[in-house]
Design a binder for this molecule. Sequence first.
Ligand SMILES: [Ca+2]
Length: 186
Amino acid sequence: MFCSFLCSECQVLKAIHLRNCIMRQPFGQLKVTVVQGKRLVIRDFKSSDPYVVLKLGNQMAKTKVINSCLNPVWNEEHSLSLTEPVGVLSLEVFDKDRFKADDKMGKAYLNLQPIISAARLRHLVHVSSGETPLRKIIPDSENCLARESSIICINGEVVQNVWLRLCEVESGEIELKVKIVDAPSR
Ligand SMILES: [Ca+2]
């Protein structure tokens, strides 16, 4: 990739290459609990068979399918690696079908910057025991929040409780609990 004498052009390329390698190193785990869904849309005759697909960068996780239910409870935790630059957690709900392609039931996204910043703040102020509120995020046109979301530190762990409003669909909300493990100390 680089010439043996490392000319100035190669030195620059090598520096960029090294920086990109460092930036892509995982620096923690994101634990996402898909708690439940409310008022999901009907995609079969009277109900739907919903499941949730989570995506972060090129990582993907799926919940199980809950048959014939518009207010499903999953309570499933999935782990995703956090790498720099931290992207957006996206979520899509589908109706499982046996004899045709699964139907879309809406999508939403969650900006992870607030919880990452809160995790770094936690390291700066050495919050470690008990329950400490760190930040509140209010719903606006720039996010998918259905209601106010709080980021708290519980016994050293940074957790965000969030209700996301599904878009590109008539109705539906999804509750997530997002937690950072091995948070960055930078
Ligand atoms: Ca179905």
